[in-house]
Design a protein around this ligand. Structure first.
Ligand SMILES: [Zn+2]
Length: 223
């Protein structure tokens, strides 16, 4: 059994206090990881609870960003979200479908508020993973969105302590291309990842990159 608990949250937009479920980290048991970093757990998957949704005003964001608001966002959320918000409550146990709704709300808010392409890409990647659980064709659509946003970040964004490093992002871009059947692009990006000095600090990533590079080359030969 997975152990969920209620976390108390205060909405930074409207001040409403609500609770949202979290998975006790001590109870997490990793089962396996996909090559695009999707992690499967023997217990409840914590990614389902990574988005907080305010039941009062509709403001939604991933936990990491939930409190990082700019003053002008209050008006934007009130005008564009709250006026159309039909009160919905995501405080309970979430089905995969409900988790997808939460991420879509976070995506909508994130685009409205102009979150960085890195954060938008992260939301889209999690939607990709959730649709994978459902074995839905929507997975490909969000994989494409995620890929384009990571590329935008790679070329135009700023790598900081709050973001993954350039080797990790280059690897991920390569892997998403590979999964979409675009093997030449995948090979180029895996090569970018390997030539980044950052990769020397991450042996696991280096090993994964070399392995997926080999897989992409083989697929390119066959196709
Ligand atoms: Zn609120």
């Amino acid at each position: 059994m997975s152990k969920l608990y209620d976390k108390k949250v205060e909405c930074p937009i409207c001040g409403n206090e609500f609770t949202t479920k979290k998975v006790l980290s001590s109870k997490l048991r990793v089962e396996k990881r996909d090559t695009d970093f999707m992690t499967y757990y023997k217990t409840e998957n914590p990614i389902k609870y990574d988005v907080f949704v305010c039941s009062e005003c509709g403001y939604s964001a991933m936990e990491k960003n939930f409190n990082k608001i700019r003053p002008e966002w209050k008006e934007i959320i009130k005008d564009k979200i709250t006026t159309r918000w039909k009160k919905r409550d995501y405080s309970g146990v979430r089905s995969t479908e409900q988790a997808i709704e939460c991420y879509k709300l976070a995506l909508y808010c994130g685009e409205l508020l102009g979150l960085s392409s890195y954060h938008i890409a992260n939301i889209c990647l999690r939607l990709t993973w959730l649709y994978r659980i459902l074995e839905s064709e929507e997975e490909t659509k969000f994989m494409r969105f995620s890929l384009e946003k990571y590329k935008d970040f790679y070329y135009n964004g700023t790598f900081t302590q709050d973001t993954s490093n350039d080797a990790t992002i280059a690897y991920l871009i390569g892997e998403l291309h590979r999964r979409l059947g675009e093997y030449q692009e995948a090979i180029t990006w895996f090569s970018n990842a390997i030539s980044s000095p950052q990769i020397k600090n991450n042996l696991r990533l280096e090993k994964m990159t070399r392995e997926q590079w080999r897989v992409a080359k083989e697929s390119a030969k066959k196709s």
